[in-house]
Design a binder for this molecule. Sequence first.
Ligand SMILES: Cc1cc2nc3c(=O)[nH]c(=O)nc-3n(C[C@H](O)[C@H](O)[C@H](O)COP(=O)(O)OP(=O)(O)OC[C@H]3O[C@@H](n4cnc5c(N)ncnc54)[C@H](O)[C@@H]3O)c2cc1C
Length: 444
Amino acid sequence: MSERHDATTPVVIAGGGWAGLAAAVSLCQHKVPVLLLESARQLGGRARSVRIGDNIYDNGQHLMIGAYHGMLTLMQEVGVDLDEAFQRLPLTLQLYKGKKMSLRMRARALPAPLHLLGALISVRGLSATEQFKALRFSRQVLRMDIPPGEDISVRALLHSQAQTPGLIGKLWEPLCIAILNTPPDLASARLFVAVLRILFAGMRRHSDMLIPRHELGALLPRPAGEFLERHGARLELGQRVTDLDIGERGVRAVQVGSRRIPCRHLILATPHVISRRLVSHHPRLHGLAKRLSRLGAEPVTTVYLQYPPETRLPVPMAGFENAVAQWVFDRRICNQPGLMAVVISARGEHMRLATGELTERVAADLARAFPRWPAHRHSQVLREKRATFCAGVGSDAVRPDNRTAVRGLWLAGDYTATGLPATLESAVRSGQSCAQTVLDAMQS
Ligand SMILES: Cc1cc2nc3c(=O)[nH]c(=O)nc-3n(C[C@H](O)[C@H](O)[C@H](O)COP(=O)(O)OP(=O)(O)OC[C@H]3O[C@@H](n4cnc5c(N)ncnc54)[C@H](O)[C@@H]3O)c2cc1C
């Protein structure tokens, strides 16, 4: 049935993470009234800044790449100067094992895919046989497309491609965990290959690393919030959506505690665990709830260590082999000299360590790699238990798209079927495509 949009009834968006913000900005650009309800006291969701005492931390160090077109476009649309916001570097991997550099690889100034094939040819830390096997696999990846029904684990894929344990440990396992936030025994080869293809087959600058020069709040949440307010959207913080009112003909209202907000279009831009909870007792959405329950979750832990301000990493980010710490980022780039952000992705033994012990183990990993550093002065551990969905084998086949079985109810979030792992780019693309789907529905 055709529906004329009532210009006074806003599209309600539940969730002010990067997906919800992307959807809100797109709708505002089409002059559609928007009401954004966010349960927290700030925007940004899983990519936000947090104030602890006198310090501002990111809830987790984030790394972006040049192929994040949706995110970069959105940032520009809300007025962010990209050159100022990011340090752009060719893809570089520098790993330490104890105090020795165990791997160094840097994308070359050549057209794709030679930029990364060249990196593998000039890599330090792999034997000639490992180099040859890595190169052969990288070339295979360009031709690979694993259908959703034929997904296997990343480890099974690597074994089938004759990648040796040493090569897997030094190169592919750290990459898999960094890209999918899921260990290679569980991780989806389909998603892994999809990302490797973006890195290898896209333009050279698509594989560039974009390291934020600002805390996360300043990258998108604050500029997007200001853009939305300038364009007449209503942003309400501290407003938790508690229930959905769904009738025979579709969405009727959204409930925030005892407050009922009538709406005809509702975008659930909440994390998949919350979306599942909200839809689970509506009979027409049981199938969706079941799919969402199969997505699972993986953590990311960030250990911040504050050293004296003159302490520096030799490169903006470095990795570790055989250590609790996985990657360390020098926050000097964010005007936080001496602050190191150590990232530990996915599940693992570190989750069983108490905060003090984890900090000591991570500090010891850094001390081994950089023995001249003085002791750190203070530390902060931030654990995000549900940082991303678990990008396990078959997970891509379970991800829903923006539509639901209920008229007027839409989904946006990193977990929807974007073909990408749970990333800022996936969240933003999902928000943008959701807004487009809502606009199409309003006009049909
Ligand atoms: C520690 C960490 C490190 C990461 N590192 C990277 C990285 O390096 N690169 C990268 O690309 N990605 C990274 N990610 C993933 C990235 O942050 C997420 O994919 C992205 O932020 C998800 O955005 P979203 O909008 O889909 O969901 P969310 O950010 O979860 O947004 C959902 C919003 O809904 C709100 N909400 C929840 N319940 C309700 C309710 N009932 N009513 C109203 N509002 C509600 C939440 O408060 C939240 O603001 C990382 C994530 C974490 C946690």
